[in-house]
Design a protein around this ligand. Structure first.
Ligand SMILES: NC(=O)c1ccc[n+]([C@@H]2O[C@H](COP(=O)([O-])OP(=O)(O)OC[C@H]3O[C@@H](n4cnc5c(N)ncnc54)[C@H](OP(=O)(O)O)[C@@H]3O)[C@@H](O)[C@H]2O)c1
Length: 285
């Protein structure tokens, strides 16, 4: 299948570059070939590459910075995916897109299903939700993976930050009252490959939203503890704090656990446990 992927250099894009089976003819577009803050450039790119499937691995992911750049976040996270979806509808091809646990308010106490009401508390979450709604409004032939706490051995993320700060011998104060599921970008990449396989087989029952995180839950503090255990770093000044002691421009959901049952039922993907995923990721550092 001829596949056009927006975003090669990010965490997910890097995973897709490695994991998409070699029989596909895959083209990745990054800046400067494409600037998603100019969504009007998207249709011509899709026409030029004439793909049978579009995957959007690009996004504005700077959660705190988005609070002061809402217009830019809106263009990249909502308007550009809307333009992709419209082009895909016109060409009658599917679109795979990605979203976030930040579309939820975080006040739940049981895992969010795909149908749970959204209530984003940040600009990032709001623009990602608008992206989801725009994609779904433009084309039925969409798959949206909502993921959370994404990390990898590539790119900038919590894992890399913890290891860097620890190597500098600085103390680490990490919030212990935000609960979620750390997710290795490679496992999200594998779920994406399952979706591509299903689309290639012509399955029509695989559209819609899927929650896709590694299984199991922890806090950011629990994640940090496990990172140092797995990386074999014993001398680290790590302590747990409450969210109120670490104010950020964008509020974070207190509870971000996503119910991934639909992914298992429809795409037969059982996401691995987060601790197993972390070990595989650290082994690649
Ligand atoms: N990271 C997380 O914790 C997390 C959590 C939940 C959901 N998600 C979602 O998962 C998906 C993948 O996230 P990720 O962590 O892989 O993202 P990432 O590592 O931050 O990568 C973002 C990608 O978007 C591209 N991009 C940003 N601005 C662009 C622009 N104006 N024009 C063209 N490309 C642009 C980047 O390219 P450049 O580097 O060239 O700008 C990069 O390829 C996104 O939809 C994200 O919202 C992420």
């Amino acid at each position: 299948m001829r596949i056009l992927v927006f975003g090669r250099v990010g965490q997910l894009g890097s995973a897709l570059a490695e994991l998409l089976p070699s029989h596909h003819e895959v083209t990745f577009l990054d800046q400067p070939e494409v600037n998603l803050s100019q969504p009007e450039s998207v249709p011509d790119l899709i026409t030029e590459h004439a793909p049978a499937l579009v995957i959007n691995a690009a996004a504005y992911t700077a959660v705190d910075k988005a609070e002061s750049e809402p217009a830019l976040a809106q263009l990249i996270n909502a308007d550009a995916p809307a333009a992709m979806a419209k082009s895909c509808r016109i060409r009658d091809i599917p679109l795979i897109h990605y979203s976030t646990d930040y579309v939820f308010g975080g006040s739940a106490s049981a895992p969010y299903t795909e149908h749970a009401p959204a209530a984003p508390a940040s600009v990032y979450g709001r623009t990602k939700l608008e992206g989801e709604q725009a994609v779904a409004g433009e084309t039925d032939r969409h798959i949206i993976f909502r993921t959370a706490w994404l990390y990898s051995h590539i790119g900038r993320n919590f894992l890399k930050t913890m290891l860097r700060v620890a190597s500098e011998g600085k103390p680490l104060r990490v919030v212990d009252d935000q609960i979620g599921s750390p997710t290795f970008a490679w496992d999200l990449g594998m779920a994406s490959v399952a979706a591509v396989d299903a689309l290639e087989k012509g399955r029509e029952d695989v559209y819609g939203i899927f929650h896709a995180t590694n299984s199991g839950v922890t806090s950011w503090y629990g994640f940090a503890q496990r990172i140092f255990e797995v990386a074999g770093i014993e001398k680290v000044d790590l302590s747990a704090i409450l969210t109120e002691s670490y104010p950020t421009p964008a509020p974070r959901p207190a509870y971000s656990v996503l119910d991934c049952d639909r992914l298992h039922q429809i795409l037969q993907v059982k996401m691995p446990d987060w601790q197993d995923a972390l070990s595989r990721c650290v082994a690649r550092l």
